[in-house]
Design a protein around this ligand. Structure first.
Ligand code: C5P
Length: 226
């Protein structure tokens, strides 16, 4: 069983995927967390080399460095855990510095191929719900169910504001809206794996729905079609 959940930042994908994974006994693949982990690695390497991330991403030295790192993805009761050289990545990958630099890493074709391959290997062994930008278009064109989550920019920004405020209480809704607009633009315009709904994706507008509402809509669709 493969369910894909694509959509723009703040549309609720990861939160919804977590709940659905639990309810349907699936494993959740959060592909954004994987791109975030590779961005963490690329930033560490760029700092070590005293260079900019955009100048190291396609270098042979960075690819050699990556080959020596152990990025392992495991599921614990359906939740994805990413370990880098034995360390849980979660606390590192939600920092603003990662989000600001993710474009360079998510645009790199070889990184996308690595992530997609890792996800493909996991899907051979597990029933999954995978969320991201290109899960239904590139990674799982034959998924059993494909959903595309949307929400107004204002609602997406207000969902993200709480997260931002935990890092810096001074953040305003306008700043978050600008950050999301920039990310939408980057995600929709990259050469490979751009954000777009799969042709046969089911749209779910989450603007006026709470978490339970979105989960119920999706689960009803799955159960009715099965
Ligand atoms: O979903 P999340 O906000 O954690 O994703 C972080 C970033 O990773 C996105 O803005 C996007 O640039 C990139 N990404 C991607 N393809 C995916 C998932 C995430 O390019 N399938």
């Amino acid at each position: 069983m493969v369910i894909t959940l694509d959509g723009p930042a703040g549309s609720g994908k990861s939160t919804v995927a977590k709940v659905i994974a639990k309810k349907l006994s699936l494993n959740q693949i959060d592909s954004g967390a994987m791109y975030r982990s590779y961005t963490h690695l690329c930033l560490s390497f760029a700092k070590e080399q005293k260079m900019k991330i955009k100048d190291v991403i396609d270098s042979k030295n960075f690819k050699d460095y990556l080959a020596k790192q152990k990025l392992v993805i495991e599921f614990h009761s359906g939740r994805q855990i990413i370990h880098l050289n034995g360390k849980d990545m979660e606390q590192f990958i939600r920092q603003p510095e990662i989000t600001e630099n993710i474009k360079f890493v998510a645009d790199a074709r070889f990184v996308r191929e690595m992530v997609n391959e890792q996800i493909g290997v996991l899907a051979k062994d597990y029933s999954i719900i995978a969320d991201g930008r290109d899960m239904g278009t590139v990674v799982f064109p034959n998924a059993d169910f494909k959903f595309f989550l949307t929400a107004s920019l204002e609602v997406r920004a207000s969902r993200r504001l709480e997260e931002f405020k935990r890092i810096n209480p001074e953040f305003t809704i306008d700043q978050v809206m600008r950050e999301i607009e920039k990310r939408d633009h980057d995600d929709e315009n990259r050469e490979f794996g751009q954000l777009k709904p799969a042709q046969n994706a089911i749209f779910v507008d989450t603007t006026n729905l709470d978490l339970n509402g979105v989960v119920n809509v999706i689960i009803n669709i799955i159960q009715n079609k099965r």
